[in-house]
Ligand binder design. Structure first.
Ligand SMILES: Cc1ncc(COP(=O)(O)O)c(C=O)c1O
Length: 374
């Protein structure tokens, strides 16, 4: 028998579907940019290997990268320094060690539903209990501060936010972020802010809760912004005191983040503006195309997507999202059922537009035909 906290973990619903995909299916299930990282970064990676960067490094990451990340975050807060940064093996590990560090046995953390799949398990693995708050299309998929307030108990330790959001594509406006920060400040809670899509904003502006709330723990990564999901480099930005604790947990989890990759990411940070601008333009056009195509499907309702690279339409057919996704899969389109992101995702499908415009158009034509027959 395995302990409950492990035995109760489920494999991702998305993976299960991908494995059943027929050959030649168009993949609108991807959670990563379909482009390669800048070649200067790849060269820097090779150079780092040639230069012998093949050994353990510092547990909290190499100093130059910590400094470069802190420098970048000065647009959020001027008081950010290298001591406020720990380099991690992507946001996945960052979120995991953050939960491990701040959540105690029996503590509660508020998590979005529908939301990215790791939050609940991360809270549970830390010995805590995830309490869902709802994101609904009526509300533009924004958290409702009144609901958040009503869910707080003496055991609540943290609120997990994710803007721009996976799976909904919502970007939370400044007033919503501020209202949640005010609650967190008043109730003395941490905000764990997953900002991995901060570069993918098409409408409005990315606002980090770190602007308004000192006890914010930013979890971020270069996976999406530099198209390096396989490199596993991210970071956590927070107070110096929390970083010191995180570094201990990271040491026992990972020893240190991968060394050569950090030098490559450091190089990438120098050129990322141009890379990011080109990628954003391309993804904006894809978003527009996906929105246009989805608007041709009468049974779908899709609020304008503001960020990340997903659309999350609500459909009117009385059919479970997993079954819907399977029907689309048989017709040649891979997507994720809304319930892969929590029970409140039922009635939705998630399509990623991290694919070529030709594929997006062809796949959404297939979706329109399948939807028309249901
Ligand atoms: C919202 C969100 N957070 C975190 C991650 C994990 O990112 P990383 O590759 O940095 O571990 C993902 C990946 O899809 C994501 O969508």
């Amino acid at each position: 028998m395995f302990p409950r906290r492990v035995a109760s973990l489920r494999f991702s619903g998305i993976r299960k579907l991908f494995e059943a995909a027929p050959a030649g299916a168009i993949n609108l299930g991807l959670g990563e940019p379909d482009i390669q990282p800048p070649k200067e970064m790849v060269e820097a990676f090779k150079t780092a290997l040639d230069n012998g960067m093949n050994k353990y490094g510092p547990s909290a990451g190499i100093m130059d990268l910590r400094k470069a990340i802190a420098n970048n975050l000065k647009s959020y807060r001027r008081d950010v320094h290298w001591e406020n940064i720990i380099v991690t093996a992507g946001a996945t590990e960052g979120m995991r060690i953050a939960c491990e560090t701040i959540i105690g046995e029996g503590d509660e953390a508020l998590v979005p539903n529908p939301g990215f799949i790791i939050y609940g398990p991360d809270v549970a693995l830390a010995g805590g209990r995830a309490v869902d708050y709802s994101l609904t299309s009526e509300n533009g998929f924004c958290p409702d501060p009144d609901e958040i307030q009503s869910l707080i108990t003496p055991r609540t330790q943290a609120i997990i936010l994710n803007s721009p959001s996976n799976p909904t594509g919502a970007v939370y406006p400044d007033d919503v972020i501020k209202a949640i920060c005010d609650i967190a400040t008043e109730r003395d809670l941490y905000i764990l802010s997953d900002e991995v899509y901060h570069n993918f904003v098409y409408e409005g502006k990315h606002v980090s809760p770190a602007r308004y709330h000192d006890d914010t723990i930013i979890v971020n990564s270069f996976s999406k912004s530099l198209a390096t999901t396989g490199w596993r480099i991210g970071y956590v930005a927070t107070s110096k005191e929390i970083v010191e604790q995180l570094a201990k947990v990271q040491y026992y989890t990972l020893a240190c983040p991968p060394t050569a990759t950090q030098y490559a990411v450091l190089e990438g940070m120098k050129i990322r503006k141009a890379f990011r601008a080109a990628m954003l333009e391309e993804f904006r056009e894809r978003r527009d195309l996906a929105m246009r195509k989805l608007s041709e499907i009468p049974s779908f309702e899709t609020p304008l997507v503001q960020g990340a690279f997903y659309v999350f339409p609500r459909y009117s057919q009385r059919i479970a999202s997993e079954e819907y996704a399977r029907k689309l899969l048989s017709a040649g389109v891979i997507c994720a059922p809304g319930t892969a992101f929590g029970a409140k995702g039922e009635g939705h499908l998630r399509f990623s537009y991290a694919n070529s415009k030709e594929n997006i158009a062809e796949a959404l034509d297939i979706v329109r035909d399948v939807a028309g027959k249901l």
